[in-house]
Write a protein that binds this ligand. Sequence first.
Ligand SMILES: [Zn+2]
Length: 119
Amino acid sequence: MFELIGLAIAVSAIVALARGRGASTVLFGVISVVGWVVIRYGALFVVRSEDGVLLAMIGAWAWLGAIALYLRFVVGAKMPKPDGKWNCSSCNYLNERSSVICEACQTPYQPKASAADAG
Ligand SMILES: [Zn+2]
């Protein structure tokens, strides 16, 4: 039961990260859950031992960690990087540093230097 709560928290964090990096939230949400279930429970059919259960558990969480790292450092890596939390120029939503597009309206992050020539 605690494991499922942990999974729900981890997947919602991954979905938020995917949204902020401009990736598909549905795609990464599904990949996270399906991969976790397949590794966590599928492995039990292959390795039937105490060690197998532990390895399946570690593998399932490592899977979520790998997806989070992929989203954080590979997806959207070529876009301008915020120095910290930033306000969206379009809707003023306060975004996390890890987001390269606005989590609320999907407007890409723009470095402050180029915002001065508005007048
Ligand atoms: Zn916005």
